[in-house]
Design a protein around this ligand. Structure first.
Ligand code: CA
Length: 237
C-alpha cells in the first residue's frame, strides 16, 4: 500500500549535461519519492558516484569531456550499481558497446518520464531494492477508481476497465496528485516526455477518453475535473 513509508525508494544519480532534461528527470523522480543527485559532466558523475553511493545511475552517453561509456566502465570497475544509459543515438553499435561495458539497460531519447520511472523501479526491484515506498504492491485509489500498479490494471467499482497505455499513464499522473492541480505541461512531460512538441490537444483528447471510460456522466465529470487555463485535477470523492 502507498501509506507505510518505512524506507526510501532509493537514491538516483543522474549524469546528464542537458540541464532541461536533467531537471525534468529530477522532478519526475522526486515526485515519486526518490532522492536525486545530479552531475552535468562525466568527471562530476564519477565523483558523485563515489561520494553519494547511489542505488542506481542514469548516465547520458554524450557528455562533455569524459564520455558516458568511460564513466560507465569506471563505475563498473568498482560497483554493481544498476546503470541505465541515456542515449540520443539508436544505432546497434551504441547499444552493444554500452551494454558490453556493463550498463544494465539503455533508453533512447526522447523518452517519457513515466517510462523512465518504470525502468528505474524495475531495476531497483531486480537488485532487491523495491523502488516503491513501503515495498508492497502499490495501489492508487480515488473515488470509485483503483489502479493496481504491479498488475497494471484499472478497476472502476471493482470492474476491470481497459485503458490504452497513454490513458493509463495519464490517469496515474492525475491520481498521484489527487486533489491537487496537475498542470498541463506537467502532464504532457510525464506522459509524452519533455521533448513532446505535438499538438497540445492530444492531452484533452486523452482526458475525454478517460472521462468516457471512468465517469458516470462524462460531460459532468466528478473526478477528472478541468481547472480552467491551468490543467486538470483528480478529485477524490
Ligand atoms: Ca548529452
Amino acid at each position: 500500500m502507498q501509506t507505510s513509508v518505512d524506507r526510501r525508494p532509493g537514491r538516483v544519480l543522474v549524469v546528464e549535461d542537458e540541464e532541461g532534461l536533467a531537471d525534468s528527470v529530477r522532478y519526475a523522480l522526486e515526485s515519486e519519492g526518490f532522492e536525486v543527485v545530479i552531475a552535468h559532466t562525466g568527471l562530476g558523475g564519477l565523483e558523485a558516484a563515489g561520494a553519494s553511493r547511489p542505488d542506481l545511475v542514469l548516465l547520458d552517453l554524450m557528455l562533455p569531456g569524459m564520455s558516458g561509456l568511460d564513466v560507465c566502465r569506471q563505475i563498473r570497475s568498482s560497483s554493481d550499481v544498476p546503470i541505465i544509459m541515456l542515449t540520443a543515438k539508436d544505432s546497434e553499435a551504441d547499444k552493444v558497446s554500452g551494454l558490453e561495458l556493463g550498463a544494465d539497460d539503455y533508453m533512447t531519447k526522447p523518452f517519457s518520464m513515466r517510462e523512465l520511472v518504470a525502468r528505474v523501479r524495475a531495476h531497483l526491484r531486480r537488485v532487491g531494492r523495491t523502488g516503491t515506498v513501503g515495498g508492497a504492491n502499490e495501489v492508487l485509489r480515488g473515488g470509485p477508481i483503483e489502479m493496481d500498479m504491479d498488475a497494471h490494471v484499472v478497476r472502476l467499482e471493482g470492474e476491470e476497465i481497459e485503458l490504452r497505455p497513454k490513458e493509463f499513464d495519464l490517469l496515474e499522473s492525475l491520481m498521484r496528485r489527487k486533489n491537487r492541480l496537475s498542470a498541463r505541461h506537467v502532464l504532457i512531460d510525464e506522459v509524452w516526455g519533455p521533448s513532446y512538441f505535438g499538438d497540445t490537444k492530444t492531452l484533452d483528447v486523452h482526458i475525454k477518453r478517460l472521462r468516457q471510460k471512468l465517469e458516470a456522466d462524462s460531460s459532468n465529470p466528478r473526478h477528472i475535473v478541468t481547472m480552467r487555463g491551468l490543467g486538470y485535477k483528480f478529485v477524490d470523492e
